[in-house]
Ligand binder design. Sequence first.
Ligand code: SAH
Length: 501
Amino acid sequence: MSARAGVVYLVGAGPGDPGLMTARSLELIATADAVFYDRLIPPGALDGARKDAELAYVGKQPGVPSVPQEEIGERLIAAARQGKSVVRLKGGDPFVFGRGGEEGEALRAAGVEFEVVPGVTAGVAATAYAGIPVTHRDDASAVAFVTGHEDPQKGESALDWDALAGFPGTLVFYMGVKRLRENAAALIAGGRDPEEAAAAIERGTWPGQRTVGATLGTIAAAVERERVKAPALIVVGAVAARREDLAWLERRPLHGRRVVVTRARAQASGLAASLRDLGAEVVELPAIRIESRIESEEVRAAAAAIGVYELICLTSPNGVRLLFEAIAATGLDARALAGATVAAIGPGTARALAERGVLADVLPERFVAEAMVDALAEVEVEGTRVLVARAAEARDVLPDALRERGAEVDVLSLYETVREPPDAEAVAAAQGADYVTFTSSSTVTNLTEALGDGFPSGARIVSIGPVTSETARAAGLSVDVEAERHDIEGLIQALLKDAAR
Ligand code: SAH
């Protein structure tokens, strides 16, 4: 159900992994008039918001002036009173150390209707991702979520440290890094065993998740030595030792590797998602973006006359998508291709066709224009009308070869790849990269020219195939890994093999 007018939704966004956002949270974000969000929400959490939605950052960052809590309440109330549907988006769960209770009370006092959407709280998510079960039949029959933010030295602490020390189960401390030394000492003074297992989990469920294991007696020193920073959880309890068997995230093949993806954003998602699934921290650094040309006279005319072509060659998934959009714009559909032989340059392109109900007749074994020429040797083209639908800046190998064989070839530029200045934050993140992946010559040229001397020097270069490698070498890069199969899957396989060295 969509967000209702005049209602405020106190929504948990989970601990950081976008996959842990609830279906309900995504539905509300997608339909709300306004979203007031905190700092620790997952990357891309607001991507699904309406284009015309008001997005307001009201987070708190240590040491930076922030919007006072009272003002947040007032802004929520004002927006609801204007008849807006409002999402108040918070990290983790809104009612677990999230001040959701206070905001709900302010809304109730003002007579504003609200709903609460729980989120996956860091205390169970970061621990699970670290391989620490917060309860276990042998080790812990209870778990306590505790704030580590209160100073045990001060008399005003709301926590009874002796009682906490005696708690029969796992202790999970939120906000517990800064006062860890005092807190651990207070637990030991209260009778907790200094030999009990403990762990600190930094940035749980985020790409750079890190776990530091120790004992209650040594955890403070370990956290200082390893420079663990917020956001981090501290776990005290025998269950913390179970991660030696149960850790799984940190065992994924690309865990801890930072990989730069240079494809245009419209194309990058598949590669980026696969790399993330394998545990990599992905930095998307597109230096190009795809600019559609399907509004052009040339494309409109070709799409309307698509039925005249006996052979249609498609050279990228983007080309397929845009050709079908252009065909649809003329009121036609896939049946307009019924009479044609359809050739796809590679499996990604073939897949994009299949999704639209067309199975490619010709699919070369290697995914370059030259191989497409070979694969088409079997097809009679003399005197036939052929459409090569592709990017504006593509090479002319294919149309030239077909013309030589007597075909009447129309080359249709469905899109253009245009330069896009890389995002400064992504450029900074790329500096520490382990790998930079190149999926085409244009990604090499655009990125090297955009970055100049700022190209990440320590990273290993992964290329999708010989043409791309050649361009990389010409740009002064040394290619460390070249895919054997020249498609995205092949590039991932090659990267995995290299990472396992
Ligand atoms: N409402 C949030 C907690 C907010 S308090 C929730 O339910 O998770 C902020 C504290 O939560 C941080 O100081 C840290 O201790 C913890 N935290 C939040 N996200 C975390 C993460 N991804 N990994 C580890 N700890 C996290």
